[in-house]
Design a protein around this ligand. Structure first.
Ligand code: FES
Length: 309
């Protein structure tokens, strides 16, 4: 194991951080509970988590200000100062979206996220002090504070990258499912009563079925957000609520009514054949949400729902 991995392992196992993380997570969970806040900060209506692209703006602005401070000369001082301010302004929505994502983490991910937030908050403070020093004409001090902020921002970025790419936080948990593209039997027709929802298996993939009168709906049973079991969720108004963090998905097309999920659920066509319920991945062109976002994988089929007969 190399040094960065050893360091990350230490952070992940630092249970002492839980004393700070737990109460802060409770505050975060309360703050993001309103649906409008959740949808906005999660990227539920964008189709991707909001936090990663937002981070590009302050990281880019502060990196370029450092470059101008180092190599730009006197004529680029106003541009360097402006970039410091751009980073400060855009850091706020970036931090709020990260706070939202962090509120759903637990254990090792929550500890790493806490250190990630601390490093970025310290970087933000240093850049705020740098902006003040620049405004007062103390350019040398402003530059030094900026370089220190850049270092801490790099640490925060590394930790954020670890959460996403090593630990898979906020990665679409259905991305690697191989949904059956051909009609596949999942249950006997009589095994799904009117108003009932239950999980069945189609070629090794868990599928959530819901019967409403003559219509049977089907979508992936694994929540795209963090893998919650939708079969254990509650059903209301033709939607299912994930039991883990409360994402709400429409049965009609797998679309998101409420975050924190930002990727819609894969959904299936259904039919009754020989007394058995069969499913196959629905084609994307009939799904408004996936149509807008493009298909996530080229082989996905379009939405349809077939009345049971
Ligand atoms: S796992 Fe988080 S909302 Fe489903």
């Amino acid at each position: 194991m190399n040094m960065p991995h050893r360091t990350m392992r230490r952070v992940e196992e630092a249970e002492a951080l839980d004393g700070y993380a737990k109460p802060l997570a409770k505050v975060a969970q309360r703050a993001v509970r309103p649906r409008i806040v959740r949808n906005l900060l999660s990227g539920a209506k964008v189709g991707h988590p909001l936090h990663p692209p937002l981070t590009d703006v302050p990281i880019g602005a502060w990196s370029m200000s450092a470059l101008l401070d180092l190599m730009g000369g006197r004529e680029s001082e106003p541009a360097a100062d402006l970039l410091v301010k751009v980073g400060l302004v855009t850091a706020l929505p970036t931090a709020l979206s990260g706070f939202n994502d962090w509120s759903d983490t637990l254990g090792a991910d929550r500890r790493v996220g806490l250190v990630h937030a601390a490093a970025n908050s310290a970087a933000l403070s240093l850049y705020a002090a740098s902006a003040v020093a620049r405004a007062r004409g103390r350019r040398g001090k402003g530059k030094a504070l900026g370089f220190a902020g850049l270092g801490l921002m790099a640490v925060g970025g590394y930790l954020g990258g670890h959460l996403s790419f090593a630990n898979g936080v906020n990665v679409n948990r259905t991305a690697w499912e191989h949904e059956p593209e051909e009609w596949t039997p999942v249950l006997a027709e009589g095994e799904l009563a009117d108003g009932e929802h239950r999980t069945a298996e189609a070629d090794g993939v868990d599928v959530l079925l819901y019967r409403k009168g003559a219509t049977i709906y089907a979508m992936a049973a694994t929540c795209s957000h963090m893998g919650g079991p939708l079969g254990e969720g509650s059903v209301e108004d033709d939607c299912v609520t994930c039991p883990w963090h409360g994402s709400i998905f429409r049965f009609a097309d797998g679309g998101i009514e409420r975050g924190p999920a930002s990727s819609p659920q894969p959904h299936y066509e259904t039919r009754i054949q020989g007394g058995r319920i069969e499913v196959r991945l629905a084609p994307p062109e009939l799904s408004a949400e996936q149509g807008e976002q493009g298909t996530r994988r080229g082989h996905r089929r379009p939405l349809a729902r077939t009345p049971a007969s």
